[in-house]
Design a protein around this ligand. Structure first.
Ligand code: ATP
Ligand code: MG
Length: 699
């Protein structure tokens, strides 16, 4: 979940594609798993090069065996892991209790721990206080801070004491609206230390979106900063926070607003407009004792709230717990990324998303590793930024999103080739299906064919990876997130019957909705103040299963291919068509930069396809182009999939994390513009009116 800044959006818009397209293969090829098997990259090639199968290394058969064991008795499997990976103040008396039917799952009942203690203190106590815990690189490449575990313990303690001074108590919800600076991670850890739940709101969100999240969680505390920096520009966070306070019941709710100052100096003028309840955080923190005893928390006590990205509807405020989430974060970080001593782990996501929670903060620190925090964008000051950082810091794991990879691909091979990226062993992808061409570019050009690319499928709700390959173990198939992680019992369900699909289609594939049949420690336990909604959305859709909301194809090797959101799958004259398929065909045309398709009610066909396309710079709309696009889809997929309506638009409605919000397009084509739903997570809300206009004039 990686936000695209306005600069990146523009860069994406204006890019010329000399190769005449994103180089997407025939979309059927993406789904044709037989072909993909032939092309798949053998794991031993990779294993030999970069992940020597030394002591303790596993084969695919070992994985299969351990996996089978893990899902045969998840309670035993995770209990052993929880004893090994976490320090408990009081040992737990039970592994798993409860089930999906009742919606009352708990892990490690009776166990007491503190997640901040596990992520910070115990490494200091183990004699690793001098090890660097965090490497921060700000918007400017010269703005670098390195923080050791001992320094982290002190600073987090001071912030924790400052929070206590301000009235924050165990169980309170603290809304965190901070730029991607070390204070953001430290504030999260400080909340965990005193047992308050952090609710991080991505600092690119509007006042409206921030207000909604403060109000929905009845949060009494807001922590913000005077400004953020991105791509050389400053973002007036405090002004936005001030505006949010005037909305809904925020001002009534808030007791204190704590403000970090980017360039704090005790004598300097306040760099923002002061409001009642404001506290200068740097001043308060400086006066605090650098030790704060960690609160004893129950394994099932809430660790944090986080709202989903909002791609499909009103964002849901999910609650993750202390013991289960921490274990799952630690476990998946180590296994998926083959984390070892001395590694520098770089996940370039913002802490505003779950990816930042699990793989910037909790996962790496719980493992006692060194984590990298990145404030800027992949194209600032130029599109070599990522690879320059890899070279300068000797990064060993690098984790980003397909949207960023596709963006950088457009600038050619020159940038990644210029830098020494040989320290990297694992490259990760998350957020959307990665199309095979982008995968190959990432593998061959960035990874010089020597790194494993892990395609990690998961959600805000799952806490950590649930389907992914493992370095040196799982053969990769570009475009597939491969096999389930340990303890994750995936199931492909018939969407109508709600039972597992048992009959393969003529290709030997199983197609249906992706569900999980057994609880795992990292799963969110509830939606805050809305448990019924949680049950209705996840656990009561298909009896006995956790429902992901995604459609999937399982190939003959058991590999998972995510084909899109269930709500987005089209049904035209009885043909089920994935949005990804049609969009890939459209984007294969040299003139098209981005495409989004949705279904429109149709008297005869049930649904017809409406397509929205954004052109590359220099291309213009014409009847001839529209016909070419229709023909292209006809040729690539079939006549039935050819869109009835193709509209050329200046841009598409996207979330701040760079995902297309098809539900808004669906409403627009169905003329239900009065019920667009929540649009607060849109990167550019003004596009909605443009599209309504376009659709109206088409008819
Ligand atoms: P909302 O739930 O509010 O609509 P969202 O689903 O976009 O927002 P996230 O939890 O950030 O919020 O994203 C999870 C979703 O992203 C998954 O359900 C899936 O659709 C998609 N996704 C994530 N990783 C992958 C991946 N590796 N391959 C395919 N799809 C992925
Ligand atoms: Mg979702």
């Amino acid at each position: 979940d990686f936000e695209l800044s306005d600069i990146e959006m523009k860069a994406l818009d204006s890019l010329n594609r000399p190769d005449g397209g994103w180089g997407l293969p025939n979309p059927h090829e993406i789904l044709d798993c037989n072909k993909m098997t032939e092309k798949s990259l053998a794991p031993h090639v990779i294993a030999k090069e970069i992940a020597p199968l030394g002591e303790g290394a596993m084969s695919l058969d070992d994985y299969k065996q351990l996996y089978a064991q893990s899902i045969a008795d998840p309670s035993a499997f995770w209990s052993a892991e929880a004893q090994k990976r976490l320090d408990w103040f009081t040992p737990f008396s039970q592994g798993l209790a409860g089930d999906f039917h009742a919606g009352d799952v708990t892990w490690f009942a009776g166990g007491k721990l503190n997640v901040c203690y596990n992520a910070v203190d115990r490494h200091v106590l183990n004699g690793n206080g001098d090890q660097v815990a965090m490497v921060f690189e700000g918007d400017e490449p010269t703005d670098i801070r390195k923080i050791t575990y001992l320094e982290l313990q002190r600073k987090v303690s001071q912030i924790a004491n400052a929070l206590k001074m301000s009235g924050v108590r165990k169980g309170d919800v603290v809304t965190v609206y901070l730029p991607m600076i070390p204070e953001l991670a430290m504030t999260m850890l400080a909340c965990a230390r005193i047992g308050a739940l952090h609710s991080v709101v991505f600092a690119g969100f509007s006042a409206e979106a921030l207000a909604q999240r403060i109000s929905a969680a009845a949060s009494k505390f807001l922590i913000t900063a005077d400004q953020g920096r991105r791509g050389g520009k400053s973002i007036p966070l405090k002004d936005i926070a001030n505006a949010a306070r005037e909305k809904l019941d925020c001002e009534e709710l808030l007791e204190k607003v704590l403000v970090f100052e980017r360039f704090y100096h005790p004598e300097s003028e306040l760099p923002y407009e002061r409001m009642p309840k404001d506290v200068r955080m740097d001043e308060l923190v400086a006066e605090q004792r650098p030790y704060c005893p960690p609160e004893t928390m129950d394994s099932e006590d809430g660790l944090f709230l986080l709202y989903t990205s909002g791609s499909t509807g009103k964002p849901k405020g999910l609650m993750h717990t202390s013991g289960g989430y921490a274990l799952y974060a630690a476990f998946t970080t180590q296994n998926t990324f083959d984390l070892r001593e001395g590694d520098l782990f770089a996940c370039v996501a913002d802490c505003g998303w779950i990816t930042g929670h699990t793989y910037v903060v909790y996962g790496p620190l719980l493992n006692g590793s060194t984590t990298f925090l990145f404030e800027s964008t992949p194209v600032y000051p130029d599109p070599g930024r990522y690879w320059d950082m890899v070279q300068r810091h000797k990064i060993t794991q690098f984790y980003t999103a397909p949207t960023a990879i596709r963006l950088l691909m457009r600038y050619g091979d020159e940038y990644p080739t210029k830098y020494d990226t040989s320290t990297v062993r694992v490259l990760g992808s998350v957020g959307e299906p990665i199309n095979p061409e982008a995968f190959r570019w990432y593998f061959e050009v960035v990874g010089k064919s020597k790194c494993t690319v892990v395609d990690t499928y998961w959600q805000t709700e799952t806490g950590g990876h649930v389907v992914t390959n493992f370095p040196g173990i799982t053969p990769m198939k570009p475009g597939s997130c491969t096999l389930p992680s340990y303890g994750i019992a995936t199931a492909v369900l018939d969407p109508l019957a709600g039972t597992p699909v048992t009959e393969p289609d003529e290709k030997g594939h199983y197609e249906g909705v992706l569900a999980i049949s057994k609880p795992w420690p990292g799963m969110a336990r509830t939606c805050i103040n809305a448990h019924q909604r949680y049950l209705k959305t996840y656990l009561h859709v298909y009896k006995g299963y956790y429902f992901t909301g995604d459609s999937v194809i399982l190939d003959q090797d058991g590999y998972h291919w995510i084909i899109g959101r269930v709500d987005d799958v089209l049904n035209v004259s009885g043909h089920r068509i994935g949005t990804a398929e049609v969009e890939s065909a459209l984007v294969a045309h040299g003139a098209v930069a981005q495409a989004a398709v949705v279904g429109q009610p149709h008297e005869i066909k049930g649904q017809s396809i409406a397509a929205f396309v954004m052109l590359v710079e220099g291309q213009s709309e014409s009847e001839a182009l529209v016909n070419e696009l229709k023909n292209l889809v006809r040729k690539e997929i079939g006549g039935f999939a050819s869109p009835d309506m193709i509209l050329v638009t200046p841009s598409l409605p996207m979330t701040r994390s760079g995902k297309i919000m098809r539900r808004i397009l669906r409403k627009i084509v169905c003329h239900e513009v009065d019920s667009l739903g929540d649009t607060s997570t849109l990167a550019d809300p003004s596009i909605v009116d443009v599209l309504i206009e376009k659709v109206a004039s088409f008819n």
